[in-house]
Design a protein around this ligand. Structure first.
Ligand code: ZN
Length: 161
Protein backbone atom coordinates (compact mmCIF):
# COMPACT_ATOMS: atom_id res chain seq x y z
CA UNK A 1 0.00 0.00 0.00
CA UNK A 2 1.44 3.39 -0.93
CA UNK A 3 1.96 6.18 1.61
CA UNK A 4 -0.71 8.25 -0.13
CA UNK A 5 -3.31 5.54 0.26
CA UNK A 6 -2.38 5.14 3.91
CA UNK A 7 -2.80 8.85 4.59
CA UNK A 8 -6.15 8.83 2.88
CA UNK A 9 -7.40 5.95 5.00
CA UNK A 10 -6.26 7.63 8.22
CA UNK A 11 -8.17 10.76 7.30
CA UNK A 12 -11.27 8.98 6.09
CA UNK A 13 -11.72 7.00 9.29
CA UNK A 14 -13.94 9.66 10.92
CA UNK A 15 -17.10 11.11 9.40
CA UNK A 16 -16.90 14.55 11.03
CA UNK A 17 -14.27 16.10 13.24
CA UNK A 18 -10.58 16.90 13.20
CA UNK A 19 -7.43 15.01 12.33
CA UNK A 20 -4.22 16.42 13.78
CA UNK A 21 -1.39 14.98 11.74
CA UNK A 22 2.41 15.28 11.83
CA UNK A 23 2.53 15.74 15.60
CA UNK A 24 6.07 15.30 16.94
CA UNK A 25 6.35 11.81 18.49
CA UNK A 26 5.31 11.85 22.15
CA UNK A 27 3.21 15.02 21.91
CA UNK A 28 -0.18 13.40 21.21
CA UNK A 29 -0.53 12.45 24.88
CA UNK A 30 0.06 16.07 25.95
CA UNK A 31 -2.51 17.33 23.47
CA UNK A 32 -5.11 14.90 24.84
CA UNK A 33 -4.23 16.09 28.35
CA UNK A 34 -4.27 19.82 27.53
CA UNK A 35 -7.76 19.67 26.04
CA UNK A 36 -9.02 17.05 28.48
CA UNK A 37 -10.19 14.94 25.54
CA UNK A 38 -10.12 11.73 27.55
CA UNK A 39 -12.76 13.15 29.88
CA UNK A 40 -15.13 13.84 27.01
CA UNK A 41 -17.21 11.35 25.09
CA UNK A 42 -15.96 11.96 21.58
CA UNK A 43 -14.61 9.05 19.61
CA UNK A 44 -10.81 9.39 19.58
CA UNK A 45 -8.18 7.42 17.70
CA UNK A 46 -4.54 8.06 18.51
CA UNK A 47 -1.48 6.76 16.72
CA UNK A 48 1.91 6.89 18.38
CA UNK A 49 5.23 6.70 16.53
CA UNK A 50 3.69 6.08 13.14
CA UNK A 51 6.10 5.97 10.24
CA UNK A 52 6.27 9.28 8.41
CA UNK A 53 8.25 10.01 5.27
CA UNK A 54 8.85 13.62 6.26
CA UNK A 55 9.48 13.24 9.97
CA UNK A 56 10.73 9.70 10.47
CA UNK A 57 7.96 9.10 12.98
CA UNK A 58 4.94 11.05 14.11
CA UNK A 59 1.85 10.97 16.29
CA UNK A 60 -1.65 11.47 14.95
CA UNK A 61 -4.98 12.22 16.66
CA UNK A 62 -8.38 11.72 15.08
CA UNK A 63 -11.21 13.15 17.11
CA UNK A 64 -14.83 12.99 16.04
CA UNK A 65 -17.26 15.91 16.25
CA UNK A 66 -14.69 18.44 17.44
CA UNK A 67 -13.54 21.58 15.68
CA UNK A 68 -10.89 23.83 17.16
CA UNK A 69 -11.62 27.49 17.84
CA UNK A 70 -8.92 30.03 16.92
CA UNK A 71 -7.75 30.20 20.54
CA UNK A 72 -7.66 26.40 20.85
CA UNK A 73 -5.69 26.26 17.62
CA UNK A 74 -3.12 28.60 19.19
CA UNK A 75 -2.89 26.38 22.27
CA UNK A 76 -2.40 23.39 20.02
CA UNK A 77 0.38 25.19 18.15
CA UNK A 78 2.35 25.63 21.38
CA UNK A 79 2.56 21.84 21.72
CA UNK A 80 2.70 20.90 18.05
CA UNK A 81 3.97 23.87 16.05
CA UNK A 82 4.53 21.84 12.90
CA UNK A 83 1.40 19.71 12.94
CA UNK A 84 -1.22 19.74 10.21
CA UNK A 85 -4.89 20.16 11.10
CA UNK A 86 -7.51 18.59 8.82
CA UNK A 87 -11.18 19.44 9.30
CA UNK A 88 -13.37 16.56 8.22
CA UNK A 89 -16.97 16.79 7.10
CA UNK A 90 -18.87 13.85 5.61
CA UNK A 91 -15.59 11.91 5.33
CA UNK A 92 -13.97 14.68 3.29
CA UNK A 93 -11.18 17.10 4.17
CA UNK A 94 -12.89 20.50 3.99
CA UNK A 95 -10.01 22.51 5.46
CA UNK A 96 -6.34 21.78 5.95
CA UNK A 97 -3.69 24.00 7.45
CA UNK A 98 -0.31 23.83 9.08
CA UNK A 99 0.01 25.15 12.63
CA UNK A 100 2.36 27.99 13.41
CA UNK A 101 3.56 29.28 16.75
CA UNK A 102 1.39 32.27 17.74
CA UNK A 103 2.95 35.55 18.90
CA UNK A 104 0.79 35.52 22.00
CA UNK A 105 -1.24 33.02 24.00
CA UNK A 106 -3.98 33.81 26.52
CA UNK A 107 -5.61 31.75 29.21
CA UNK A 108 -4.25 28.31 28.41
CA UNK A 109 -1.20 28.05 30.64
CA UNK A 110 -0.39 28.99 34.21
CA UNK A 111 2.57 31.26 34.97
CA UNK A 112 5.37 29.32 36.73
CA UNK A 113 6.21 32.35 38.90
CA UNK A 114 4.36 31.73 42.17
CA UNK A 115 4.51 35.47 43.01
CA UNK A 116 2.85 36.42 39.72
CA UNK A 117 -0.36 38.44 40.11
CA UNK A 118 -2.20 35.87 37.96
CA UNK A 119 -2.07 33.53 40.98
CA UNK A 120 -3.48 36.17 43.32
CA UNK A 121 -6.15 37.77 41.16
CA UNK A 122 -8.35 35.13 39.66
CA UNK A 123 -9.73 37.57 37.06
CA UNK A 124 -6.36 37.90 35.40
CA UNK A 125 -5.81 34.98 33.02
CA UNK A 126 -2.16 34.30 32.28
CA UNK A 127 -0.97 35.74 29.03
CA UNK A 128 2.37 35.16 27.35
CA UNK A 129 4.15 36.64 24.40
CA UNK A 130 6.14 34.11 22.40
CA UNK A 131 9.45 34.66 20.69
CA UNK A 132 12.53 32.74 19.67
CA UNK A 133 15.92 33.19 21.21
CA UNK A 134 18.88 31.28 19.80
CA UNK A 135 16.45 28.83 18.20
CA UNK A 136 14.63 28.17 21.49
CA UNK A 137 10.99 29.09 21.99
CA UNK A 138 10.61 31.49 24.92
CA UNK A 139 7.46 32.75 26.62
CA UNK A 140 7.21 36.06 28.50
CA UNK A 141 4.46 36.59 31.06
CA UNK A 142 2.48 39.74 30.34
CA UNK A 143 2.00 40.41 34.08
CA UNK A 144 5.26 39.60 35.88
CA UNK A 145 7.37 39.97 32.70
CA UNK A 146 9.41 36.91 33.54
CA UNK A 147 10.66 34.88 30.62
CA UNK A 148 10.43 31.09 30.58
CA UNK A 149 11.63 28.53 28.08
CA UNK A 150 8.58 26.80 26.57
CA UNK A 151 9.81 23.54 28.10
CA UNK A 152 9.82 25.01 31.62
CA UNK A 153 6.38 26.55 31.19
CA UNK A 154 4.87 23.34 29.87
CA UNK A 155 6.47 21.26 32.61
CA UNK A 156 4.94 23.61 35.19
CA UNK A 157 1.57 22.95 33.54
CA UNK A 158 2.12 19.17 33.77
CA UNK A 159 2.87 18.88 30.09
CA UNK A 160 6.17 17.77 28.62
CA UNK A 161 7.91 18.68 25.42
ZN1 ZN B 1 3.63 35.78 35.51
Amino acid sequence: MSATTNDKLLVEAIANGTVIDHIAPGQAMNILRLFNFIGKHNQITVGFNLKSGEMGSKDIIKIADVTFSPSETEQLAILAPDATVNSIKDYKVVDKYKLRLPNEIKGAFECPNSNCITHVEKGAPARFSIFKEEGKVMMRCHYCERVFARKVLLRHNNLAL
